[in-house]
Design a protein around this ligand. Structure first.
Ligand code: SF4
Length: 342
C-alpha cells in the first residue's frame, strides 16, 4: 500500500473524532430511556445540593449511552477490542469539551441526567482521566449528572486517592471492570496486567468512596484448572464481602469463555493447538435454568451461547453449574438490595 492510500484509509477508518456530529438519537428509539431509581441514586442525591439529582432519585434518571473514545491500547487474549485484533483502528479520545457538549445537549433536548460511557475503555489512560476530570469539575458535571464508565484496574491502581475522590465528586456512579479471574496464573495467560490482590485493593478504594463496581468474569478460559476456577469463585465472594462493608456496591457478571475470530487466543487455539475454526464458531444456545437460575438469567438470554468445548480442565457442565450458582447468588443479592449499584 502506498503512502497516499494508507493516509486515505486511515482517514476513512479513523476520522478526527471531535469533528463527528453527536449521535442522532432519532435513530435510537430505546435511547435515552428511563431507569428505575436505585438506592445509590438516593445516596448520591442526598450528598448533593441538586434539585435535578433529587428528582431523579425519586423518578429514576433518564439515561443515555455515550462513547468517549475509540479503540483500546491493551491486548487481552479473549477480547475483540484488543489492539492486535484491530490493526486498522487508531485509538482516539474525544476532547473533554466535545464530550461535555454532548452531555449538555442530551440534557437540554431530552432531560438526560445519567450517562453510560460504553467505550471499550473510557477510564484507560491516567493523563486522559486527569484532563477529562479537570474539565468535568470546571463544568460542575458532578453537581448535575451521574455517569458510569468502563475502566481498567491497573490504571485505577496507579491513581492517587485524591484522583478517586475527584472521580466520585464528578459524578462517577459505577465503573465496569474486566476482573476476569481470581487466579494470577490465568490473569497472566490472558495478558490482563493485573493481579487478584490489585483488583481487591482497587475495588476496596472505589467502594469506600461509594463508587459501584460492575465486574466481568470469565469461566473456562483455555488452560484453566479446577484450582483456578475455585480461585475465581473465592475472589467473587471476597469482593461481595468487601461491598457488604462499604457504601458502594458490586455486581458480578459471569460468562463462559467463547473464542472470537481475530483475538489473540483465537490465533493460539487455531495456529498452535490445532482447533478447527468451524468448531470454534459452532455456537449453540445454553439452557442454564435447570440449575435454578431462571429468573436471574432473564435478561441475559443473548449471552447464553457456547461452542460446548472444554478448553480447560473443568468439564463444560460443571462450568455452567458454577456460572448459574454465581449468577443466582448475584440475583439474590440484587433482590436484597445489596450491590444494586445502578
Ligand atoms: S478487555 Fe478491556 S482492556 Fe482488555 S483489550 Fe478488551 S477493551 Fe481493552
Amino acid at each position: 500500500m502506498g503512502v497516499a492510500e494508507a493516509r486515505t484509509r486511515a482517514r476513512m477508518l479513523g476520522p478526527d473524532i471531535d469533528s463527528l456530529p453527536y449521535v442522532d438519537r432519532a435513530f435510537l428509539p430505546q435511547d435515552p430511556y428511563r431507569a428505575a431509581p436505585t438506592p445509590v441514586d438516593r445516596r448520591i442525591a442526598a450528598r448533593r445540593d441538586s434539585r435535578r439529582l433529587a428528582a431523579a432519585a425519586v423518578r429514576g434518571h433518564l439515561e443515555a449511552n455515550i462513547v468517549g473514545s475509540r479503540g483500546c491500547p491493551y491486548n487481552c487474549g479473549f477480547c475483540g477490542a484488543a489492539w492486535s485484533a484491530n490493526p486498522d483502528v487508531r485509538i482516539r479520545v474525544r476532547s473533554p469539551e466535545n464530550v461535555i457538549g454532548e452531555l449538555e445537549a442530551l440534557h437540554d433536548e431530552y432531560g438526560v441526567s445519567a450517562f453510560r460511557f460504553v467505550d471499550d475503555l473510557f477510564l484507560g489512560v491516567r493523563d486522559v482521566i486527569h484532563r477529562h476530570m479537570r474539565a468535568f469539575a470546571g463544568h460542575g458535571i458532578g453537581e448535575k449528572y451521574v455517569w458510569d464508565a468502563t475502566g481498567r484496574i491497573n490504571v485505577l491502581d496507579r491513581l492517587e486517592d485524591r484522583d478517586l475522590d475527584v472521580l466520585a465528586a464528578n459524578g462517577l456512579r459505577e465503573v465496569a471492570l474486566g476482573i476476569e479471574s481470581g487466579s494470577d496464573r490465568m490473569l497472566q495467560v490472558m495478558d490482563k496486567r493485573i493481579t487478584a490482590a490489585m483488583t481487591e485493593d482497587v475495588t476496596r478504594r472505589l467502594l469506600r468512596r461509594g463508587i459501584g463496581v460492575k465486574g466481568y468474569f470469565i469461566l473456562g478460559y483455555p488452560g484453566e484448572t479446577r484450582a483456578d476456577l475455585d480461585a475465581t469463585v473465592r475472589h467473587i465472594r471476597k469482593l461481595w464481602d468487601l461491598a457488604d462493608r462499604s457504601p458502594g456496591g458490586i455486581r458480578a457478571s459471569v460468562f463462559e469463555f467463547r473464542p472470537y475470530p481475530g483475538t489473540p487466543v483465537w490465533k493460539t487455539l487455531t495456529e498452535e493447538q490445532g482447533y478447527a475454526p468451524d468448531d470454534l464458531l459452532a455456537y449453540a444456545d445454553v439452557d442454564l435454568t435447570r440449575d435454578g437460575a431462571d429468573e436471574s438469567m432473564r435478561q441475559r438470554d443473548e449471552f447464553n451461547f457456547s461452542v460446548g468445548i472444554p478448553f480447560g480442565e473443568v468439564p463444560v457442565e460443571q462450568l455452567r453449574a458454577t456460572l448459574a450458582l454465581l449468577t443466582r447468588e448475584q440475583h439474590e443479592r440484587d433482590q436484597a438490595g445489596l450491590g444494586t449499584a445502578a
